[in-house]
Design a protein around this ligand. Structure first.
Ligand code: NAD
Ligand code: MG
Length: 385
């Protein structure tokens, strides 16, 4: 029996995690569930799973949460600090499924407890990757990647002989605009951008997939998680999203992990690791899929890829600036304030205008994150040239 805490339990990954946990009551017991402010969904999940604690990050929603949980015996708490306290409860397994760098502090709090931390939340790894992985080593925590590509690599990677790995091949669906012209991309709407062809996900990562910044963030994430430098991590567009990524060895063998485009597969792998657990997934029907296509990503239409590659190669504060500017630009696009192609332009502009020294502490990362957000926000107001 494993105890589980889910940070970001009401989102897309959080809901998939709950689905698996609720299907296996003999294996998992829920300790804490957190959300930003979706009280109805959070309270319902806490009651169903008989959680010990439910937390809203937005403290203004706490009174409503307390009313929803009255008489259930489930404790309620509110505020960013309370989310970190929930992460620090020391569940056997903590799922980090908050969106954005907002998940950084709670991820670190979970890691400092030394248990198993499943990370879907990729932005903290991008912004503060070295600090996150160093904390895991220092506290004996195990980080398991739930992002489907990194989970695939994790399953194929020979950690005992990393020097025998020649290359990592990250696959990308290419998103909804993989066949669109630049003119068409300039006019896309919020609705078109969040409608991913293969995956059902939260709004922010859906837009990231459409700009391919998601693959850029994943390149940085892979370089943090696996002992392979970014110049040996290649990105290939594979529109069917059947192969979730590959590891290429010096002898010419290439190991791949295949599966349906459903996050419950990599999440189940992490929840049960090193064991396996059953999921409701049908066996992969390769005959129905018929073919697997591969192509090189287009660097002209998807500027985010080159921005992310330069950020990881330059290192230091660059990935944190890239991520912060992107979070601001995506939020502005989702709010209808900027056009789709302006997202990458704002990231590029922010990276050109801001070049601080490498951060050595979490507070330094947060200060860089805040300043990059301020600069990107200026460009949202003024427009990019
Ligand atoms: P989502 O928007 O559906 O859910 C986000 C969750 O975080 C919600 O529970 C929300 O209440 C909570 N949240 C939002 N802002 C918060 C804040 N400031 N403080 C505390 N909690 C907050 O997002 P998602 O699609 O589930 O993605 C979550 C993370 O997983 C992201 O980092 C994303 O990149 C990553 N990821 C998602 C998928 C996917 O299929 N959705 C796949 C791979 C990786
Ligand atoms: Mg992914």
């Amino acid at each position: 029996m494993r105890t589980v805490t889910i940070l970001g339990a009401t989102g897309s990954v959080g809901t998939s995690t709950l689905d698996l946990v609720e299907r296996a009551p003999d294996r998992f017991r829920v300790k804490a569930l957190t959300a930003n402010c979706d009280v109805a969904k959070l309270a319902a999940a806490a009651i169903r799973t008989r959680a010990e604690l439910a937390v809203v990050a937005d403290a203004t929603c706490l009174a409503e949460l307390e009313r929803a949980l009255a008489g259930t015996g489930i404790a309620a708490a509110g505020g960013a600090r309370a989310v970190c306290d929930a992460a620090a409860l020391g569940a056997d397994v903590t799922m980090g499924a908050i969106v954005g760098c907002a998940g950084l502090a709670s991820t670190m709090a979970a890691i400092e407890c030394g248990g198993t931390v499943i990370l879907a939340n990729k932005e903290p790894l991008v912004s503060a990757g070295d600090l996150v992985t160093a904390a895991a080593r220092a506290h004996g925590a195990t980080i398991l990647p739930a992002d489907s590509e990194h989970n695939a690599i994790f399953q194929c990677f020979d950690f005992a002989r990393p020097e025998r790995v020649r290359r990592i091949v990250l696959t990308a669906s290419g998103g909804p605009f993989r066949d669109a012209s630049l003119d068409e991309m300039a006019r896309v709407t919020r609705e078109q951008a969040v409608a991913h062809p293969n995956w059902s996900m939260g709004a922010k990562i859906s837009v990231d997939s459409a700009t391919m910044m998601n693959k850029g963030l994943e390149l940085i994430e892979a370089a943090r998680l696996f002992p392979v430098p970014a110049d040996r991590i290649e990105i290939v567009v594979h529109r069917q999203s059947v192969i979730h990524s590959m590891v290429d060895y010096v002898d010419g063998s290439v190991l791949a992990q295949l599966g349906p485009s459903d996050m419950r597969v990599p999440i189940a792998h992490c929840l049960a690791w090193p064991d396996r657990m059953a999921t409701p997934m049908e066996p992969l029907d390769l005959v129905a899929i018929g073919r697997l296509d591969f192509e090189a990503p287009d660097p002209v239409r998807f500027r985010a890829l080159a921005l992310a590659r330069s950020a990881v190669e330059e290192g230091g504060a660059r990935p944190a600036i890239l991520n912060a500017a992107n979070e601001v630009a995506v939020a502005a696009f989702l709010a209808g304030r900027i056009g789709f192609l302006e997202i990458a332009a704002i990231v590029d502009d922010t990276m050109q205008r801001y070049d601080p020294a490498a951060p050595e502490t979490l507070d330094a990362v947060l200060a860089i994150d805040a300043e990059a957000r301020r600069l990107a926000g200026e460009r949202v107001e003024d427009g990019v040239a």
